[in-house]
Design a protein around this ligand. Structure first.
Ligand SMILES: Nc1ncnc2c1ncn2[C@@H]1O[C@H](COP(=O)(O)OP(=O)(O)O)[C@@H](O)[C@H]1O
Ligand code: SF4
Ligand SMILES: [Mg+2]
Length: 326
């Protein structure tokens, strides 16, 4: 059976005056109904560009898809007409963004904004749309939803605004939800609450959830699988427990070692040495080799393919087999 949403060999470049940045260099991942896939990687690794390409909101130009496919229930979205893409957006695939304040319109009430798609795409009356907006606000845990539906975005706290965004994304009942760093702007307690809410909604509606983050700690409890991204490629993809117990790519190992732990609170976060590559000049061979503690001569020449290991899981390291604990 085909996956609900599948990205295969996706390549995206940004052509700017400063040169061609090869931002995505063959992204492969898939999410099934009822599954939460966390996409994890340092800032600049291409997580948002992948999400925007799936949604059909890649800024073109300067962004250009040069290869690959995005399939929703088998249908290739990259070759679909703009009308078809608009139809799918919100209705089948929806997205929530990091910054709810700039994603929401300050001028209109939250109820009006949640109801907008219901009015324009479902032909609902203003009253029915508002009634449905109240239900949705209630669903995402906003107290006194009936009163608050007529409030404006600035009257909500950061966490509550993010809940409004989630309500808005659910209005048309999508079966794929992409959440791009939905909790980054929030404090730790609120982060956990929003994560719990997303996990609950995902399970109730049997959605495929793509949860983008740069924080491995945040997703540990809600993800089924984790796809680790580096320089525009997936370097490891595994079940969340397998990934924690036995990371099979040196980059994933470094990420795990850099998580601040509760028992070492106050001590310094162990950052990964070096910087991600400049995407206009990605080093030859394995793009991670300048930072890799395991790098050997061959790593400077051979680009490691994402290969399947027993599990099933996959790793794009030439020496992944050596990392597998049997
Ligand atoms: N509109 C744009 N023009 C030029 N470069 C861009 C644009 N959008 C993103 N990029 C570049 O693409 C790379 C990946 O960005 P992004 O997907 O946003 O990373 P992240 O993993 O942090 O979400 C970055 O190097 C970024 O500078
Ligand atoms: S291929 Fe080489 S450089 Fe790349 S992650 Fe594996 S050991 Fe490190
Ligand atoms: Mg991003």
């Amino acid at each position: 059976m085909e996956p609900l949403l599948e990205v295969t060999g996706l390549h995206v470049e940004f052509r700017t005056r400063d040169g061609v940045a090869k931002v995505l260099n063959g992204v492969d991942y898939a999410v099934d109904a009822g599954e939460t896939l966390a996409v994890l990687g340092e800032s600049g690794s291409g997580k948002s560009v992948t999400a925007n390409t799936i949604m059909g909101i890649l800024e073109t130009p300067p962004g250009v898809v040069t290869a690959g496919s995005v399939r929703y229930r088998g249908e290739d979205l990259l070759t679909a007409s703009p009308e078809r893409r608009r139809e799918l957006r919100g209705e089948n695939i929806a997205m929530i963004f990091q910054d709810a304040l700039s994603a929401l319109n300050p001028v209109f009430t939250v109820g009006f904004q949640i109801g907008e798609q219901l009015r324009t795409r479902r032909g609902m009356s203003r009253r029915d749309a508002e009634r449905r907006a109240v239900e949705l606000l209630d669903l995402v845990g906003i107290p006194a939803a009936k009163q608050r539906v007529r409030d404006h975005p600035h009257q909500f706290s950061g966490g509550m605004r993010q809940r409004v965004m989630i309500a808005m994304s659910l209005a048309l009942d999508p079966d794929v939800l992409i959440a791009d760093e939905p909790t980054t702007a929030l404090d730790v307690t609120v982060q956990a609450q929003i994560m719990d809410l997303l996990a609950e909604i995902q399970a109730d509606r049997h959605m495929g959830l793509i949860l983008i983050t740069h924080d491995l700690g945040v997703v540990a409890e809600v993800a089924d699988r984790i796809a680790v991204m580096y320089a525009g490629r997936i370097v490891e993809n595994a079940d969340v427990h397998a990934l924690y117990a036995n990371p099979c790519h040196p980059y994933t190992r470094s990420l795990l070692e850099s998580i601040p732990r509760v028992d070492t609170k106050g001590s310094e976060l162990r950052a990964i040495k070096g910087l991600p590559p400049n995407l206009t000049r990605i080093p030859p061979g394995c793009p991670f080799h300048p930072r890799c503690p395991m790098a050997r001569d061959v790593c400077h020449e051979v680009v490691p393919p994402l290969e399947v290991l027993p599990g099933p899981r996959s790793s794009a390291c030439l020496f992944a087999e050596e990392l597998v604990i049997r």
